[in-house]
Design a binder for this molecule. Structure first.
Ligand code: NAD
Ligand code: UFG
Length: 340
């Protein structure tokens, strides 16, 4: 099978390409390098031993996207990662998010329909659940989104549902919890541009000396140690779930045209637990302080993962220790190279 990966130079896309190629799939990738670097492709070639079939395409450019897809009509399925993902930026620049995340998805679906490509795996997010009672399963209510970014994920899931009813499209939407960590080679990982918003890159950048101090956003939450709880999933486990989703589509295991799965570990860890685990595996004492709560943070969220286990035959294999160690090895690799 031939799989097109949009956003293939990005954090999750690049790890997924490795696992797809390992599983024997032919992979094509597109990206506009809005939040990634061409060097990722060289590093992917080092990991896989193969040149990545890549073209620079912006999914907002409908004509260019259609031209590309029409020239590759033998694509069997698309994994759609390309999007902007910074929650805070989406509040300041909502139109950027609606144009790219929603408009880009509409362009992609139009191009796929024209080329008779009828299988798609979509990157959604646990942010669609807002403040739900964990463990959160796929039937939990979807409240009004707390940010334009979260809204783009809700809207895209609705668009995909509608399109799957209107034509012969099969959809797997994957709701990721908190992806962290990096490939064991330390050749690919997350490359946050500017000051990271997310906890784990902020931890590793503080440990390496790029940031002076990590602020823990609040320790007065109603949790055992007072800090927020999340479900941190290793990016390689997440990548493997995409291979499972493609197999699920290929083997026509679905019972409905639109299927949705949570991708998490089923385990919740607090911010302080993450910091302590990092310190234990890295041997570095982290400079951190307790600060005020961050606006918009939910108290705790972690996944119920039974559906993915039962239907995709997938569950996570890696521990929080492996997440933190690989993130640390990646940070050290960045520091010793010219990337970023
Ligand atoms: P990322 O920014 O590392 O990767 C996205 C890639 O898409 C980047 O390489 C970027 O350059 C590319 N891209 C963006 N707009 C594009 C466009 N118009 N045309 C072509 N390429 C474009 O992000 P990621 O962490 O790998 O996230 C991948 C997907 O997963 C996104 O849809 C994101 O919303 C979703 N997601 C991520 C997280 C997370 O915490 N990382 C959580 C839930 C969902
Ligand atoms: N945190 C800190 N200090 C920091 C950064 C984060 O204490 O410097 C805390 C946050 O308050 C939160 C936890 O660490 O309690 C995790 O925060 P992240 O920003 O890493 O992750 P979020 O759960 O807030 O959000 C992530 C993605 C969103 C996505 C959401 C759900 O960043 O894009 O998961 O998928 F919408």
């Amino acid at each position: 099978m031939k799989i097109l990966v949009t956003g293939g130079a990005g954090y999750i896309g690049s790890h997924t390409i490795v696992e797809l190629m390992k599983a024997g799939y032919d992979v094509l990738a597109i990206d506009n390098f809005d939040n990634s670097y061409p060097s990722v492709l060289e590093n992917l070639a080092k990991i896989t031993g193969k040149t990545i079939e890549f073209e620079e395409v912006d999914i907002r450019d409908k004509a260019a996207l259609k031209k590309y897809i029409n020239a590759h009509k033998d694509i069997d399925a698309v994994i759609h990662f390309a999007a902007n993902k910074a929650v805070g930026e989406s509040v300041a620049l909502p139109l950027k998010y609606y144009e790219n995340n929603v408009g880009g998805t509409v362009n992609l679906l139009e191009a796929m329909q024209e080329a008779n490509i009828n299988q798609i795996v979509f990157s959604s997010s646990c942010t669609v659940y807002g403040e739900a009672t964990p463990p959160v399963d796929e039937n939990a209510a979807i409240p009004v989104a707390q940010s334009p970014y979260g809204n783009t994920k809700q809207i895209c899931e609705e668009i995909l549902t509608d399109q799957s009813k209107a034509c012969d499209l099969k959809v797997v939407a994957l709701r990721y919890f908190n992806p962290v960590g990096a490939h064991e080679s330390a050749l690919i990982g997350e490359l946050p541009i500017g000051v990271p918003n997310n906890l784990v890159p902020f931890i590793t950048q503080t440990a390496i000396g790029k940031r002076e101090v990590l602020t823990v956003f609040g320790d007065d939450y109603p949790t055992p140690d007072g800090t927020c709880i999340r479900d941190y999933i290793h990016v390689v486990d997440l990548a493997l779930a995409h291979v499972a989703a493609i197999n699920y589509l290929a083997q026509k295991k679905y019972t409905e045209a639109f299927s949705v799965f949570n991708l998490g570990t089923g385990r919740g860890n607090s911010v302080l637990e993450v910091i302590k685990t990092f310190e234990a595996v890295s041997g570095v004492k982290l400079n951190y302080k307790i600060g005020p709560r961050r606006a918009g943070d939910v108290v705790q969220v972690y996944a119920a993962c039974d559906k993915a286990a039962n239907e995709l035959g997938w569950r996570t294999q890696k521990s929080l220790e492996e997440c933190m160690l690989s993130a640390w090895q990646w940070e050290k690799a960045i520091a010793s190279s010219s990337v970023n």
